[in-house]
Design a binder for this molecule. Structure first.
Ligand code: 5AD
Ligand code: SF4
Length: 449
């Protein structure tokens, strides 16, 4: 009998965690269809690039990656937001097949057809064939690490004026909560200890039966993970009920990623964010009240069209008042097709660059103050690997998503309680006091803090 050679594929992911999750499912579905995943693009017959179009630079990176391998004669497949955006255009140079964000379900079949010389009539698939998540691929998915992402919804209905996501990911759909629970249990059985639930706006989750706080409550009660995280929370939709469930839960972590985008109410209105500066601060205060130990992180943009020095001061003011533990900072990048792209952008690149530098400095200054407050206190840390700077030390995160350096070399997955003895840069230095059985952690924490 002739043994047919398995076709080898390599997948590179750009962009957000949702793309990381989608790539995991695409890879599983290709493997279930007989393909073999390889670790380097050089070994592969088929190269897939899961692209991001949230900012122009990200878009360029994903496209260039494929072009380089097309030149080497590989079959190139584009996935993700850029593929979705170009669905009505000509096939991009350097790309053999393109699949929009909701057509992955047809991927194995199309790639196979293409390889057999039956080039599909339409080499760009942008139609909505439903979510791969709604097949049983997620339930068969093999875990690759002790921490995994799980999508709970797709798409976004918010249409913030600068954002391409509603165009590339489509309208909001929530996965059925029972399906999510089954996927989590499958991961748990394989030794996963931490999951992060993903959605563009998790607080508007509704599957016809459960709202987000009810989903959290269900997953908290029906699983045994050490930690369940979630992101992203839109400030307008984060509710007291969600915070209450976290406060009463065993495993839902009190880390809230709450994108601010801008501090000026005038700019927030132009961004169509649906809250004012004061409302944002109020929401942050509500988090601090219900979850006094919560970590609050954020996304902030500078240089939105029409942003003045005064508007930018408002952003700095919110940073100081809310005291973020971390912020991802960006320079606004106009995205064709969005409302903001039509606005006159009269701020020079020089001013935008300067604002970004000032913002980063302020964010780091505040984050450093927040970190020093951790000194002498006890936290749980999950070891994720060796410390980058010194291999005799370990690196891990606490419940609040703060990355620390742990004194001693511990294998990944070690769960420990440690005392923060110092802060270097923005990293707490952690002296382990006890390695613990993961299921005892919560009693231990209350005993030692
Ligand atoms: N330009 C710059 N940053 C953007 N983001 C979204 N769209 C843009 C854009 N056009 C940022 C937002 C969002 C994060 C994921 O990316 O801050 O929260
Ligand atoms: Fe984009 Fe706004 Fe939706 Fe976030 S909430 S994905 S910024 S449109």
């Amino acid at each position: 009998m002739i043994k047919t050679k398995k076709l080898k594929f390599y997948i590179r992911t750009f962009g957000c965690q949702m793309n990381v999750y989608d790539s995991r499912l695409v890879s599983e579905s290709l493997k279930l269809s007989g393909f073999e995943e390889v670790n380097t693009p050089e070994e592969a017959d088929v190269i897939l690039s899961n692209t991001c179009s949230v900012r122009q630079k990200a878009e360029e990176r994903g496209v260039k990656f494929l072009r380089d391998y097309k030149k080497q004669g590989k079959i190139t497949v584009m996935l993700g937001c850029v593929a979705q955006q170009h669905r009505r255009d000509q096939v991009l140079p350097g790309v053999d097949l393109a699949f929009g964000t909701r057509s992955y379900i047809l991927l194995p079949q199309y790639i196979m057809g293409y390889l057999n010389g039956n080039a599909p009539e339409n080499r760009i698939l942008g139609e909505d064939f439903g979510l791969l998540e709604l097949t049983d691929t997620p339930l068969k998915r093999r875990a690759t690490w002790i921490q995994e992402y799980v999508n709970i919804m797709q798409g976004c209905d918010n249409f913030c004026s600068y954002c391409i996501v509603p165009f590339t990911r489509g309208r909001e759909i929530s996965r059925p909560s029972e399906h999510i629970l089954k996927e989590l249990i499958n991961l748990q059985k394989q030794g996963v200890v931490e999951v992060t639930l993903l959605g563009q706006n998790v607080n508007s989750y509704f599957d016809g039966k459960r709202q987000f706080y009810q989903l959290l409550d269900l997953l908290d009660k029906e699983t045994e993970f050490l930690r369940i995280r979630f992101t992203t929370s839109h400030p307008r939709d984060l509710t007291y009920k969600v915070l209450r469930v976290i406060a009463d839960s065993t495993r839902i972590t009190d880390w809230i990623h709450l994108p601010l985008q801008a501090g000026s109410t005038r700019i927030l209105k132009k961004m169509r964010r649906g809250y004012t500066k004061e409302e944002y601060i109020e929401i942050a205060n509500m988090i601090r009240e219900v979850l006094p130990e919560a970590t609050i992180t954020t996304d902030i943009m500078v240089g939105f069209p029409g942003e003045t020095d005064e508007d930018f001061e408002d952003t700095l003011d919110v940073v100081r008042k809310v005291k973020f533990d971390h912020a991802f900072t960006f320079i606004y990048s106009p995205r064709p097709g969005t409302r903001a792209a039509k606005l006159k952008d009269d701020t020079s690149n020089e001013v935008k660059g300067k604002r970004l530098r000032i913002l980063i400095e302020e964010v780091n200054r505040i984050a450093h103050i927040q970190r020093t407050r951790m000194i002498s206190k006890f936290y749980d840390f999950l070891v994720e690997g060796e410390s980058r700077k010194d291999k005799s030390l370990s690196a891990g995160r606490n419940r609040g998503f703060i990355k620390g350096v742990i004194l001693g070399n511990y294998p990944p997955g070690t769960y420990l309680i440690g005392k923060v003895i110092d802060v270097k840069g923005l990293a707490p230095i952690v002296q382990p006091v006890k390695i613990i059985d993961k299921f005892e952690i919560y009693n231990e924490l209350t005993l030692s803090v």
